[in-house]
Design a protein around this ligand. Structure first.
Ligand SMILES: Cc1cc2nc3c(=O)[nH]c(=O)nc-3n(C[C@H](O)[C@H](O)[C@H](O)COP(=O)(O)OP(=O)(O)OC[C@H]3O[C@@H](n4cnc5c(N)ncnc54)[C@H](O)[C@@H]3O)c2cc1C
Length: 507
């Protein structure tokens, strides 16, 4: 079942197993069950540490990954290939006794969780955001016997997905109740469970020389540049990695022909940690005030002080702000075609937005769904010509320009989209099951009041990255830089850090 190259790689990983693992398989007579049996038997044939037993589990086909004398609570329902193959390999290694790559504090935090937690994560094998969630929940199950986790491939359990009206992956349930959607790191899951630090954990922090707010490429670069000056540097991030965590392939990071978002974020994190920078992840800043020092208040009430601050809070998906968008989010309204596209297989969808991201989404979706309607507000598409040519070559795409979306309709989930033609003023309604919003980004600057921003909400900076507030600098997508790209954000992060250092030595 496994290709020769994958088998060769897998072979090396299986040699790292430290103890025996028992795969308990619940299989029927169906095709997926047979393929699952083939996979687990192939694994067992590759390592004497793996054995297979037949069992009856809650879902068929599924299998659990256990120690010989102890059930771990890790179950894969459906076949964990595609993006989930790594989740399976890691589960085998960790259940065999190999320590997960998680820091000691987090391990302690997980081991101290009391109560019963049964997680179920619905995923698609093509979702690049799903493995993080699956692997985090598996690590929690390995480390704490109160916690169990079942990964469920939506394609293998379509009835369940329909019944639960799941239209975005990953979707996680905890003890049968909705817990969360989208990519979540282990730390984010723990914070959601209420095990994260409160304000008291920040109360004895000395003032920083440079405090960076935002942990995307701009913030990471600013922090490294500042710390290399030998000054006390901290970084607060609501989610370390920023937009890069949501990016699949990156082909324009000069010097690296191809990489993937999470991989780049892992190396950013590693680089930042090399310099002893105080990284405060999963913390959101809500107030900035310039006194003698600059004060940053966090959502949890803690107040951090610094001689200078670099704002690098980036941007988020722009909402279309029509009735139905908020109501049907994850019930047919989606923002990530790579993640959620497979859930709309054979269905009709719309893409709002005719820029590069919208047209890339439409091309991607056209290969999965029955039909794509592209709605563009302007008289023509704004995407690169090469993308437009590819789009127009597809048989199942309709492009409507001059279309102002007025409503996303539905009852319990999306059933259509309404728009007004800006040419004729006529209203139209298209029946469909999904809407992908792809109309660009909005800067994360609404929490700032004293810092000057332009009409788009972008922070206005000079060529040193300085804002109108002395000691406050800014970088990346949250600023009025002409272009928003990883490499540009990193460059402006470096500029802001050098600007901040210059400011400090002069003051
Ligand atoms: C789907 C997608 C694909 C892309 N592909 C590419 C590509 O191939 N190549 C390329 O060069 N660019 C690409 N980009 C653009 C690129 O990702 C951005 O230009 C870049 O990430 C901007 O970096 P940044 O650090 O300014 O902001 P972000 O990456 O947005 O990071 C902002 C950081 O600030 C944090 N934050 C926000 N508000 C607060 C707050 N109040 N308190 C604390 N922290 C906060 C966030 O959690 C995050 O850590 C892509 C973007 C997207 C969305």
């Amino acid at each position: 079942m496994l290709e020769a190259a994958i088998k060769q790689q897998l072979d090396q990983y299986l040699q790292l197993m430290e103890g025996d693992v028992v795969l308990r398989v619940s299989a029927g007579e169906d095709k997926v069950s047979n393929e699952m049996l083939e996979l687990v038997n192939e694994l067992a044939s590759m390592s004497s540490r793996i054995s297979v037993e037949r069992a009856t589990l809650e879902r068929t086909p599924s299998f659990s990954v256990n120690r010989p004398s102890e059930e771990t609570g890790i179950v894969f329902a459906g076949i964990p290939l595609g993006h989930e193959f790594t989740s399976l390999v890691l589960a085998l290694l960790q259940v065999s006794g190999r320590a997960p790559k998680v820091d000691a504090d987090t391990i302690k935090q997980i081991q101290n969780i009391e109560g019963t937690y049964h997680f179920e994560s619905y995923i698609s094998l093509s979702c690049h955001n799903c493995p993080d969630v699956v692997q985090a929940l598996n690590v929690m199950s390995v480390l704490n016997s109160n916690i169990t986790h079942t990964m469920i491939d939506g394609a293998a359990f379509k009835d369940e997905v329909e019944a639960k009206e799941i239209m975005a992956v990953p979707t996680v349930f905890l003890n049968g109740e909705s817990f969360g959607n989208g990519r979540m790191s282990l730390e984010e899951i723990l914070a959601k469970l209420g095990t994260g630090p409160d304000a008291s954990a920040f109360s004895d922090k000395d003032p920083y020389d440079v405090l960076v707010v935002g942990g995307g490429p701009a913030g990471a670069s600013a922090a490294v540049y500042a710390a290399r000056k030998g000054i006390r540097t901290g970084i607060i991030a609501e989610r370390f990695g920023g937009q890069v965590m949501d990016t699949m392939g990156i082909e324009n990071f000069i010097g690296t022909a191809y990489t993937e978002g999470p991989k780049l974020v892992a190396s950013l994190e590693e680089h930042v940690k090399e310099y002893g920078i105080d990284v405060m992840n999963l913390q959101r800043a809500k107030r900035l005030e310039k006194k003698d020092l600059v004060e940053i208040e966090l959502e949890n009430g803690a107040v951090l002080k610094s001689k200078s601050v670099i704002l690098s809070t980036g941007a988020r998906w722009r909402n279309v702000n029509v009735p139905g968008e908020a109501e049907f989010k994850n019930k047919g309204v989606a923002y990530c075609p790579h993640c959620d596209g497979p859930l709309f297989e054979g269905k009709r969808v719309a893409v709002i937005g005719g820029g590069n991201s919208g047209i890339e989404a439409a091309i991607d979706l056209a290969g999965i769904v029955k039909h794509v309607t592209v709605l563009e507000f302007a008289p023509e598409l704004k995407a690169d010509q090469v993308l437009q040519d590819r789009l127009h070559s597809l048989p199942n795409v309709t492009v409507i320009t001059n279309a102002q979306t007025t409503e996303i309709t539905g009852t319990d989930k999306v059933n259509g989209i309404s728009y007004v033609s800006r040419e004729t003023n006529e209203s139209h309604h298209v029946e469909l099951e999904g809407v992908f919003v792809q109309i660009g980004l909005v800067p994360n600057t609404d929490w700032l009041d004293s810092v000057e921003r332009n009409n788009f909400g972008e922070i206005v900076v000079d060529r040193h990255g300085a804002t109108n507030v002395p000691g406050v600098f800014a970088a990346g997508d949250c600023t009025n830089s002409a272009y928003k790209q990883i490499i540009i954000s990193m460059g402006s992060g470096a500029t802001a850090a050098l600007g901040a250092f210059d400011y400090m030595i002069r003051n």
